[in-house]
Design a protein around this ligand. Sequence first.
Ligand code: SF4
Length: 709
Amino acid sequence: MVQPHIVKSTCCYCGTGCGVLIHTDGQQVLRVEGDPAHPANLGRLCTKGATLHLTDMRTGRAHYPELRQQRNASRQRVTWDAALDHAAQRFAAIIAEHGPDAVAFYISGQLLTEDYYVFNKLAKGLIGTNNIDTNSRLCMSSTVAGYKATLGADAPPCSYEDLALADCLFIAGANPAYAHPVLFRRIEDAKTARPDMKIIVADPRRTDSAELADLHLPILPGTDVALFHAMLNVLVWEGWIDEAYIAAHTEGFAELKRRIREYTPRFAADICGIKPEQILQAAEWFGRSPRALSLWCMGLNQSARGTDKNAALIHLHLATGKLGKPGCGPFSLTGQPNAMGGREVGGMANLLSGHRDLANPAHRAEVAALWQVSEVPSQPGKTAVEMFEALEAGQIKAVWIACTNPAHSLPDTAQVARALQQAEFVVVQEAYAHTDTTAYADLLLPASSWAEKTGTVTNSERRITRLHAAVPAPGEARHDWQMAVDFARRLEALLPPRAAVPLFPYATPEAVFDEHKRSTAGRDLDISGLSYALLDSQGPQQWPYPTGARTGQARLYADGRFPTTSGRARFVAVDYHPVAEKTDARYPLHLNTGRLRDQWHGMSRTGTVAQLYNQVEEPLLTAHPDDLTQAKLASGDLARVRSRRGELLIRVEASTRQRRGEVFLPMHWSGRFMAGQGSNALTLPKLDPQSRQPELKHAAIKLERAELP
Ligand code: SF4
C-alpha cells in the first residue's frame, strides 16, 4: 500500500487551467485542493474543480477494447492486439482502395498536448491526409483566425495578472462567472480593490457576469460587429485613438475608418437593440481609461461571422494602442483545458506543428523535414462539421474519434447520427463506455482520464503546466498518446513508406514533448527552452520560452512589432452581417445555447456529483415571461421546442434576464438524459467562411405547449 501523498496536476475542466494538488493513496483520489503555487489560480478552485475527487472515476468507464464485426451486432471484448490489428487493417484497406482522404480523425481539446501531437503526425505525416480536426473547432477557431488576421499569429497577448491592472474591462460574448469562475473571482477582487475600475459586459442575457458590470449592453444576437464598429467610430470622432501608435505599428486603418463611418452610435444602436448613449458610454470608458482589457469567449466565436467579430474587437485595442502593456490587450478565453495545446501542435485541418499554416508551402516543407516524411499534403482537410458531412456523403469511409462526443456536441445532431450510422468503420477512443457517440462505435478503445495521465496542457494565458498521474487507469484502459502510437506503428507496416525513419519511436510522453518543442524552435511560440524537468522544478511557464530563456513571457508585442510580413498589425475592413438563420413567423424566437456554472460538457464526470445539481437540478429552457405567456406556457410547464432541424421536450422557466424574443438552453444534457434530444438537435451547421466554426450561439426556434399523452 502506497502512503498517502500529493501529486500535482491541473483541473480537467475549463481553459483557466487551475493547478490542483491531488491527495492520493496511489489507488484512489482521496481529495483535491487548489495549488497555491500555481499562477493561474493561486490555490483557488471553483465548485467543479473542488469536487473533482467526488466524481465517480470508476462507474461507467470503458475497461476493455470491444469490437463488433458487423453493424447491428453487439461489440465483444477483444485483446488490445486484436483490436489494434483490426483497426490498422481496416484503415489500410480503405486507404488502399479510396486514398488517404477516405479516413479522418476527430479529436479533442481535452487531450493532452502529447496526445494531440501524435494524432497530428499520424494523420498528416504517416497517412498523408489533413482530415484531422478537433472539437476546438467548435470553440476557438474564430479566435485563431481573428488573431492571425490582425496580429499575425495565434497568440493571446495578455496574462491573468492583467485582470487586476485594467482600468476598464470589456467582456464581450463571455460569461466568466459560469465558464471561468476562478478568473471571475479575480475580476471581483479587482473591482473590490478598485471600485473605480469600469466593467462593461456586452451580452444578450443579463448573466451573473453582467450583474457585476457598471454597464450592461444587452445587444441583439449576432450584432457584435456593429457595436464594436460604433465604439471605434466614437473613439475616432472624440480623438481617443492613438494616432502615433497607428502610424508606427499598424496598417489598413484608413480603409477601416471609411468603413466604420456609417456606424454612428444611433445607426448601430438600432441594429444592436440598445440605446446610443450606452454605446457612447462604453466607448468613453474604453477610450479614456489608460489601461483597457477585453475578454471574450464563445459569444463571439460560435458564430457564422466569428472571425469578423474577433477582428472588430481587436481593432479597438490597435486603434488606441492598448496592447503589449500591463492591464491592456485583447484576451480570448479558451473554453477547454487544452484547446491551446492543440493549436500549438497544429492539430486542426488547416494548421501544422509549431503554429505553421497548411496553406504555406514553406511551412509544409519545414514540417516534412522535421518529420522526415516525403511531403505533407497540400489538400486542406475537412473541418469538424464538414468531416461529418463528408462521412454521410460517403467521401470519408472511416473515422477515429478520440475523447469527444460529436453525437452530442456538433450542430444538427440528426445529421451526425446519419453520418455515424452509415460510416464503414467508426473507432471511438473514450474513457466512458456509454456516451452518445460510443453507441456508433465498431471499435471502442478504453482510455485513461483525468488523474491517470501524464503530460502537459496550455491554458488561456499561454501557460504550460505539467500533469502527473496520481492513480492507475481502470481495467485495461491505455493512455491516448499510447493508443495512437500503437495503432500508428501497425499502420506504418501496412502502408507504402512515406518516411526515412520510423515515425513513432516514442516510449514516453516526454519523448513526444521533446519532439514537439523542437518543432517550435524559431517560431512565435518557441518553447525549445522548456523540458519536463524545468516545468517540475520551476513550475508552469508561459510561452514563448526559447532556448536560453530564464522565464516565460507575460505579454506579447510590447515593442509594437507583430509577426506579419510588414511587422505591423492589420486593421481588417469587416462588415456587420446578421445571424445566419433569420427568425420568422414560423420560428419567431432566437435560441442561445451555453454553459451552466456547475456542469461540464456532456456531464460524463460532473453529472456524477450530487452537489453539482444544487445550482440547477434539471435541464430548463429560460425565456422571457411574455414569450411564455404568448406560447400559453408558464414556469414549470413542459414545452416542445422546434427548429428547422429537430425538436426536443423540455421544462421551461421564466426570467426577465432574457430579452423578449430570445431563449437560453444549457448545452449539457443530451438525448441520453432528456426525452428527445439535446440542444444541438436544434442548432444549425452554418459555418464562418474563414474559421469554419459553426454558429452554435443562434438558431431560429418556436415554442409550443407539450401535451403529455
Ligand atoms: Fe477547473 Fe475552470 Fe473551475 Fe479552475 S475555474 S477549478 S480550471 S473549472
